[in-house]
Design a protein around this ligand. Structure first.
Ligand code: ATP
Length: 380
């Protein structure tokens, strides 16, 4: 077991900067997840840790030892990549044992480790099969098992579950979590899957265009994103961004005005008259009524309810089982036809149809405000 420290790591390929000034420290035994859009530098970070890529500048430490010049095979780092390669001519048992044999482990020790790992991944009944006699999911477990059997200092997993079907992916994710709890091996994990990131990570590192945007515990990043990119990237369906202006304690979205909640007013007062991006997650928007009902409903005390009403037109209705996702159009400029799309998550029993015009309420306790130019979070 070991801690892992990246210090100001930059990697350039000719004129492409794949990663820039990456600094973070994974404490001994923690499970960290790297997320970010395609091309943001996740694999480059993993390959640099593994020693398959040389940093242009910066330092990498494993267990507080500088390993910049230590070759990959001496770093005691085990990797499982999306396109794992099992040795096709070897049985499962031989594949699991391979790394241990290369390190001259005793035969009895090898057998013991292979059996333990196979049992923990439920592949112990497959030990005599060759890879081509296994399903994709079983092959993936063997690849994981081969890395686990080595009991490395650091475990690098680059989208290891992406070849599995949904059910197997869920099961293997839970197994991975249990396995990590048991073995406590320092792990860095790359995924595009939000659920994997949120459920597995001690800390999430959000990357964009080669740079770290935010590092934090999953729930903290979700609740308090550092900027618009992080806010819209984490969460599925993703956060709505509504362009607005703020004048005299009022947000203006197209022709619609919303009184600015007192808690936000203070923060925005010095920027009166400017544009902002308002953020609200789909689960914090509620259907409030149809246009015909609106006047009555407006009589209720919206301030007391801590809700902000908006009028939108339903465009697409997507039933998801437990809830339904509504995509609606919200006019953003008075007079012309400019609209922005807004996503609303409603209970499955709410029946709506494309073309319905409805009022929705934004829960202002869950409102975010971003600088429209820099994307920096201004509130909360
Ligand atoms: P994905 O999610 O699609 O796997 P990623 O976040 O892992 O992407 P990287 O593969 O690390 O991204 O790539 C980061 C950037 O560096 C990209 O712009 C990529 O085109 C560039 N890059 C990576 N490897 C090389 C290389 N060998 N030569 C030139 N550019 C490269």
């Amino acid at each position: 077991m070991a801690n892992l420290r990246l210090e100001n790591i930059t990697r350039r390929f000719n004129n492409v900067t794949a990663i820039e000034d990456i600094t973070f420290k994974v404490p001994d035994g923690e499970f960290w997840v790297l997320v970010g859009p395609s091309g943001c530098g996740k694999s480059t970070i993993m390959r640099t840790i593994a020693g398959l890529e040389t940093a242009t500048s910066g330092n990498l430490y494993i267990q507080d030892i500088l390993v910049n010049n230590v070759p990959a095979r001496q770093r005691d780092v085990a990797m499982v990549f999306q396109n794992y390669a099992l040795y096709p001519h070897m049985t499962v048992a031989e594949n699991l044992a391979f790394g241990l044999k290369m390190r001259n482990f005793e035969a009895t020790k090898i057998r013991e480790r292979v059996e333990n790992v196979a049992r923990s991944l439920s592949i112990d009944h497959l030990l005599n099969r060759k890879p081509k006699q296994l399903s994709g999911g079983q092959q993936q477990r063997v690849a994981l098992g081969r890395a686990i059997a080595r009991e490395p200092k650091v475990f690098l997993l680059d989208e290891p579950l992406s070849n599995l079907d949904a059910q197997l992916r869920d099961d293997t994710r839970a197994e991975l979590k249990q396995l990590h709890q048991r073995l406590g091996i320092t792990t860095v994990y790359v995924t595009h899957d939000q659920v994997e990131a949120m459920t597995l990570a001690d800390k999430i590192v959000v990357l964009n265009q080669g740079k770290i945007q935010q590092i934090g515990e999953p729930q903290n990043i979700y609740a308090k994103p550092a900027n618009r990119m992080v806010a819209t990237f984490l969460g599925n369906p993703s956060m709505n961004i509504l362009p607005a202006t703020y004048t005299n304690s009022t947000f203006q979205i197209g022709s619609q005005s919303l009184a600015c909640p007192p808690s936000i007013r203070e923060r925005l007062q010095p920027r009166d008259g400017q544009g902002f991006d308002l953020g609200i997650r789909p689960e914090y928007i509620e259907i409030f009524g149809s246009f015909s009902k609106q006047e009555d409903d407006l009589n209720s005390d919206l301030w007391a309810l801590e809700k902000l009403p908006l009028e939108v037109e339903v465009k697409v209705v997507e039933p998801l089982g437990r809830e339904t996702l509504i995509r609606a159009a919200l006019p953003i400029l008075g007079g012309d036809n400019s609209v922005t799309s807004i996503q609303i998550q409603v209970p499955a029993n709410v029946r709506l149809h494309p073309g319905d015009r409805i009022s929705v309420e934004l829960d202002f306790n869950h409102l975010f405000v971003f600088d429209p130019t820099t994307g920096e979070a201004l509130y909360p």
